[in-house]
Design a protein around this ligand. Structure first.
Ligand code: B12
Ligand code: SF4
Ligand code: SF4
Length: 364
């Protein structure tokens, strides 16, 4: 290993990153072709950052003209979810149970760049990010040797499985690249089979894993700002923010280590399960923001988050959520929340709803 590579790897591990890989900062046009075809099919839904006319996502030199290398860093966020606490709770995907990863990783990446600069001097020029520029991060991570594309479309690493974030530092340093890994899913199709909305599939040759974001619970609960298609709501089950089903079943995730990053542990945020009634009681955007601002849960705003909680309440027939749904049906101004509240109420037993409405009117 060259001196510069050893230096970079040592700095990364000192800062707590879990794995490091390096690739050349060349355009990855074949991945871009996959991306463009995927987008043409409408699979990107309405995610505006993926719909730009001339995506820079495969061209690191458009982000940093002096670019010679891309350093990919792996951050394990895995924590095991406690067993289901019951029908009054909704499930949060593992990546969002702690502090907002954007905030945590932005600071850590900056520190990483500063430490390299201290050692290498001002000739080191770089741009670093995680999930904040439209770069095909998974393709760069794969090319850096951090893992292979699984059929769930995520990068899978041995020994970390798939529950990790990737960060990239595009730099002007010439560093000997790593080789990509020849991992494979083999004949396994567990993630495709388990997906409740059939969002996963395999494209035409060369066989490429594909995800239709319009069908994915993760897209619907986090990125969609409006109404959720009615036929998908039941399929959310208890997922109220993101979805991990296609990771939970993956054999590569069976014997993985929990994260050593305190920030991503459930005690740093709201954990794996949230009480639906507590969410449905949040009356204003300010109150919502004040409660969740240190986590990633703010992305769908109050409207989207209460919408999701209403769907899960309707799916699980949560007793505690019922009075809150009735209050919202009468008083809520947001049309998206109201529509999903009415949908949820239609799932409960009529007698239960009537009884609850009578109690509500008596106590009013
Ligand atoms: C948009 C997006 C989403 C969308 C769409 C996801 C998707 N699969 O496309 C939605 C909202 C659904 C989503 C969900 C999730 N996301 Co997301 N998301 C992104 C984002 C911003 C862009 C992804 C993208 O460009 N998709 C477009 C498709 C076409 O690109 P692609 O999947 O890379 O497809 C490539 C392959 O086909 C490849 N390819 C090319 N040639 C070949 C050849 C062969 C043989 C093969 C196999 C493949 C292959 O080329 C394509 C282009 O790179 C990235 C961050 C980033 N900037 O990259 C995070 C990112 C992918 N998400 C991440 C995470 C954690 C999640 C969730 C787990 C969160 C959750 N629990 O809810 C889920 C997982 C759902 C799933 N099964 O993918 C991580 C994934 C880390 C990992 N281990 O891979 C990323 C990388 C963020 C980060 N910086 O850590 N996400
Ligand atoms: S995250 Fe959930 S909905 Fe999306 S592809 Fe995976 S299993 Fe399907
Ligand atoms: S569940 Fe099976 S098919 Fe899906 S990503 Fe894991 S190994 Fe691959």
């Amino acid at each position: 290993m060259s001196d510069i590579k050893r230096l970079i790897t040592d700095i990364a591990f000192d800062l707590g990153f879990d794995a490091v890989g390096i690739t050349l900062a060349d355009d990855i046009s074949s991945s871009n072709e996959h991306f463009l075809k995927w987008r043409e099919k409408g699979f990107a839904a309405d995610m505006s950052y993926l719909l730009r006319e001339d995506p820079i996502n495969a061209k690191p030199k458009q982000i940093l003209s002096e670019a010679k290398s891309v350093i990919s860093l792996l951050v394990n966020y895995y924590t095991e979810a406690p067993s289901d606490p019951g029908t009054n709770y909704g499930r949060i995907a593992a990546y969002a149970v702690g502090i907002d990863y954007h905030k945590v990783l932005r600071k850590k990446i900056k520190l990483f760049q500063e430490k390299i600069k201290e050692e290498v001097g001002d000739r080191f020029i770089s741009k670093g990010f995680s999930d904040s520029v439209p770069l095909l991060e998974k393709s760069f991570a794969r090319n850096s040797g951090l893992g292979f594309f699984g059929k769930n479309t995520l990068i899978i690493n041995k020994p970390f499985g798939s529950y990790f974030f990737v960060c990239e530092i595009i730099s002007n340093l010439e560093i000997e690249p790593d080789h990509d890994i020849n991992g494979t899913c083999g004949k396994c199709t567990r993630c495709i089979d388990v997906c409740p909305t059939d969002a996963l599939g395999v494209g035409a040759l060369p066989a490429t894993p594909l995800l239709d974001a319009r069908l994915c619970i993760s897209y619907q609960t986090i990125e969609n700002r409006g109404n959720i298609p009615i036929d998908l709501r039941k399929k959310f089950g208890s997922w109220m923010f993101g979805c991990d089903l296609c990771q939970l079943v993956c054999p590569y995730n069976k014997k993985i280590k929990e994260t050593s990053w305190q920030e991503f542990k459930p005690e740093s945020g709201f954990g794996h399960w949230i009480k639906l009634a507590d969410v449905l009681k949040i009356r204003t955007e300010d109150e919502f923001h004040a409660r969740f601002c240190h986590t990633a849960l703010t992305r769908p705003k109050r409207s989207g988050f209460l919408r999701n909680a209403a769907i899960v309440a309707g799916n699980r027939l949560s007793e505690e959520a019922l009075p809150e749904l009735i209050w919202l049906a009468e008083n809520e101004a947001d049309p998206v929340i109201r529509e999903h509240v009415l949908w949820a109420l239609s799932k409960y037993d009529d007698r239960k709803v009537k009884q609850c409405i009578s109690n509500y009117l008596i106590n009013k």
